[in-house]
Ligand binder design. Structure first.
Ligand code: FES
Ligand code: FE2
Length: 474
């Protein structure tokens, strides 16, 4: 849509310019060369020149084919350049940072970063971490990745889910393993109406309640023939599941951004980070104000490797953060609110137009909405955090911005956000969890955040099996 708008605007400008030059043809006639193309006869003069140019090519004997090839390669190069420019301006960003892509330093004699990551994972002292899968809503997959009539398998939170979109357009979540003989119905399963058919023997399960509605070779469907159906909620471009260790129904719901549903804000890009840390470490970052003024202060151009961010070349620039974190009162006690103002300074003076005010809502343990407003428009970063393994988190950021804005600016913002996260990743991938941290008075929000976060654990919340985790490879 934004692409259409901007192409229309540019076309109008070009057409307007041509009209003006046609009207004032006599001015252009005084200019050599251009006047020939756009003289009083307009396109007739241009066609005549083109015709004689082609005729020259054809009669130009030995140079003819060289001329044709040059012309073709010029046209092709121009097409590539235009395509690249359009992609920079309008295509959404898609950035995936796998474990090992960043956040680790070299180990002598180990060549691959993947091996380095595995060694650090094995050797690291994990610490006395809280339960590994908190209770709440978690994003399983982006809505656009599950088209109507298709199914996906997603393994997170120690569970295996089959996510599919029925013919009614609604998303459903069932247990991935078929209760008949254990096939994964998210892999090769067929969507029939609003049900999912197992690829092994054809048992068919209803998305709404998990009940088996068809066994192709049986005369009778037993009452017990059903699979687990998980509470599902779709909003903000995400298909979310309610996970609770005690099996209770949702006690709160995710925040919905109406601007995404109405199309006022459209998708402009996504980043994914795979992080080796306990899930609580990541939102705790929002209440850790001291780290903002240290880790995130050096200018982003200095990079994300913490060994080199104090590069004197960029010392005149710095990021300034003003922040406050506070849990909301009941009935929104599951939301932690961070008010953040970010700007870029040069020699202590704020650079105009770099100020960005962000209201961050940490909604339970797995969802964060970062709404922002600037002179260039408004939008939201939809952040999701889902444990793929006890100590392996998938952190995603999707940016939705005013529909009319070319993706270029939102992509720049998303890249900036991703680079700040990259710096955190280097800390998270290598740290230990300290259950009783040595806090000073100025760190008190960290303790407050831990008390707030404890509401997402319950009696049966799964704890880390040290032996399993320490032997794991990825
Ligand atoms: S395993 Fe699914 S129908 Fe048999
Ligand atoms: Fe951070």
């Amino acid at each position: 849509m934004a692409k259409l708008l901007w192409v229309t605007i540019l076309s109008c400008i070009i057409l307007g310019a041509i009209t003006v030059t046609q009207v004032h043809g006599e001015i252009l006639e005084s200019l050599p060369f251009l006047g020939q193309f756009l003289n009083a006869e307009g396109s007739l003069g241009f066609l005549e020149i083109l015709r004689s140019a082609i005729a020259n090519f054809l009669t130009g004997a030995r140079w003819m084919w060289l001329g044709v090839l040059t012309l073709l390669s010029l046209v092709y190069t121009a097409w590539l350049v235009v395509r690249k420019i359009l992609s920079i301006l309008f295509s959404p960003l898609n950035l995936h940072r796998a474990l090992g892509d960043l956040g680790y330093t070299e180990i002598e004699g180990v060549k691959s970063q993947k091996d380095v990551a595995n060694i650090v994972r094995r050797r690291r002292k994990i610490g006395d971490v809280p339960p590994v899968y908190p209770n709440g809503w978690f994003s399983l997959i982006a809505s656009r990745d599950v088209p109507k009539g298709q199914a996906r398998s997603v393994s997170v939170l120690g569970q295996h889910f089959a996510v599919f979109r029925g013919e009614d357009g609604k998303a459903y979540i069932l247990d991935a393993y078929c209760p008949h003989m254990g096939a994964n119905i998210g892999i090769g399963g067929r969507v029939i109406d609003n049900c999912l058919q197992c690829p092994f023997h054809g048992w068919t399960f209803r998305g709404e309640d998990g009940k088996c509605v068809n066994i192709p070779y049986a005369k009778k469907i037993p009452d017990i023939a059903k699979t687990k159906q998980w509470p599902c909620f779709e909003a903000n471009g995400q298909i979310m599941v309610w996970h609770h260790a005690e099996g209770i129904d949702p006690t709160w719901m995710p925040e919905v951004m109406p601007e995404i549903d109405t199309g006022d804000w459209t998708f402009k890009g996504k980043t994914v980070h795979i992080i080796n840390a306990h899930i609580e470490e990541i939102p705790e970052n929002g209440a850790d104000l001291a780290h903002l003024h240290h880790l995130h202060k050096p200018f982003i151009a200095a990079g994300v490797d913490l060994r080199y961010i104090y590069n004197p070349i960029y010392a005149m620039f710095s990021h300034k953060w003003v922040a406050q974190w506070e849990p909301l009162p009941a009935p929104d006690q599951h939301i932690g609110e961070l008010n953040l103002v970010h700007s870029i300074e040069v020699w202590g003076y704020t650079i105009p137009f770099t100020t960005l005010s962000v209201t961050v809502h940490q909604v339970g343990p797995g969802l964060v909405n970062l709404k922002f407003k600037s002179v260039f428009g408004s939008g939201v970063f939809i952040q999701t955090l889902t444990p793929e393994e006890p100590m392996l988190q998938r952190l995603t950021h999707e940016i939705y911005y005013d529909w009319w804005m070319p993706a270029f600016l939102p992509k720049l913002m998303l890249r900036g956000e991703a680079m700040q996260v990259d710096r955190d990743v280097m800390i998270w991938n290598n740290k230990t969890y300290v259950s009783k941290p040595m806090l000073v008075k100025e760190d008190q929000l960290i303790a407050k955040h831990r008390r707030w976060y404890s509401q997402f654990f319950s009696e049966n919340s799964p704890r880390l099996s040290f032996q399993k985790e320490n032997n794991s490879e990825w």
